[in-house]
Design a protein around this ligand. Structure first.
Ligand code: SAM
Length: 308
């Protein structure tokens, strides 16, 4: 089959499917306390706010796992329902897991997520760890100046103590209340320096399409990653498109434009027609995000509505 290529020469090899726009956390950098206007319950919901709140997610995972060509099935979750669902998801064919975790202090976890759920997330991680088929387990922390600095030692220790790849992700202007300011971004470089005050790191090669720069501790214990979309944009190697919970194809996190797939699907479009539509959308994939440009314009939706 002909590769799926945008007009800048990048080949698309990865699609993120958000299975619901609802979420049971209210992370300050993502969603307002009162939540957002959710999609109607009768909408097609193939995609996530928090994927584990979607009923029968293991059934969907199984269906996706059986789809020819799908060789790698991963999930990004806040982990709070994972203690119950890790087993069924693995059984359904899930192979990789990302758990978002911004603090290992109960008070600060509750401050950032507006939920007192750290113990359940840690229990979810422990449960996931029981399944060797589910690897790697990545722990993702959004790095925000004035919040994350003090979390760094404990999170780095977690990477040393557990079989988790701990990754710091720079805070992006994708919060629903548009409170992001450039100064709020704690860069991967700054966090790396904080870690290296205690434990020297050595860079390990990453795949060209990887969003993260990977490091191991010089003494061999564990792995740390830095996802630096603001300080070191990686758009030139971006191979991702996204499908929102309401069936819209997005070719960039920061897109202002979406491509409706739900309408044609509901109207009985053939596979060939859908393929044409997807190829057309991909040919219009944005060259790069403009976070660092003076005229930056916000994406048309926030992270939890897009599916991060
Ligand atoms: N609810 C799931 C979770 O917590 O992992 C999946 C959806 S969540 C929107 C996906 C990821 O986006 C999480 O790791 C979250 O921390 C991250 N995220 C949300 N808003 C962000 C922002 N403004 N900048 C950077 N990352 C963000």
């Amino acid at each position: 089959m002909e590769p799926l290529q945008d007009s800048w020469g990048r080949e698309i090899k990865s699609v993120r499917v958000s299975v619901t726009d609802k979420c049971n956390f209210r992370c300050r950098y993502c969603m307002p306390a009162e939540g957002l206007e959710w999609l109607g319950r009768d909408e097609v919901r193939l995609t996530g706010g928090e994927p584990l709140v979607r009923r029968d997610l293991p059934v969907l995972v199984e269906m996706l796992g059986e789809t020819p060509g799908v060789t790698d099935l991963s999930l990004t979750t806040n982990g709070v329902l994972l203690d119950r669902l890790a087993g069924p998801l693995v059984e359904a064919g899930l192979t990789r897991l990302n758990v978002s975790l911004d603090s290992l202090s109960h008070v600060r976890f509750a401050e950032i997520t507006r939920r007192d759920a750290l113990d359940r997330v840690l229990a979810g991680l422990e449960e996931a760890e029981r399944y060797p088929q589910l690897r790697p387990i990545k722990v993702n922390c959004v790095a925000m100046r004035g919040f994350t600095e003090v979390e760094v030692p404990a999170l780095a220790e977690l990477a040393r103590r557990k079989p988790y790849v701990v990754r710091f992700i720079e805070f992006m202007p994708l919060d629903a209340d548009h409170s992001w300011r450039g100064d709020d971004v704690l860069s991967g470089g700054e966090i790396r320096a904080l870690i290296e005050e205690r434990w020297p790191l050595e860079e390990i090669p990453a795949k060209p399409s990887s969003t993260a720069r990977r490091f191991r501790f010089a003494d061999g214990a564990g792995e740390i990653g830095f996802v630096n979309p603001v300080s070191e944009p990686f758009c030139s190697s971006c191979d991702r498109i996204r499908l929102t919970a309401d069936g819209q194809l997005r070719t960039c996190l920061f897109s202002r434009r979406e491509w409706d797939l739900k309408g044609p699907l509901r109207e009985g479009a053939s596979d060939a027609e859908l393929e044409r539509l997807i190829r057309f959308a991909v040919r219009h994939k944005e060259l790069k995000h403009k976070i660092n440009d003076p005229g930056f314009v916000h994406a048309s939706r926030s992270m939890s509505q897009i599916g991060g």
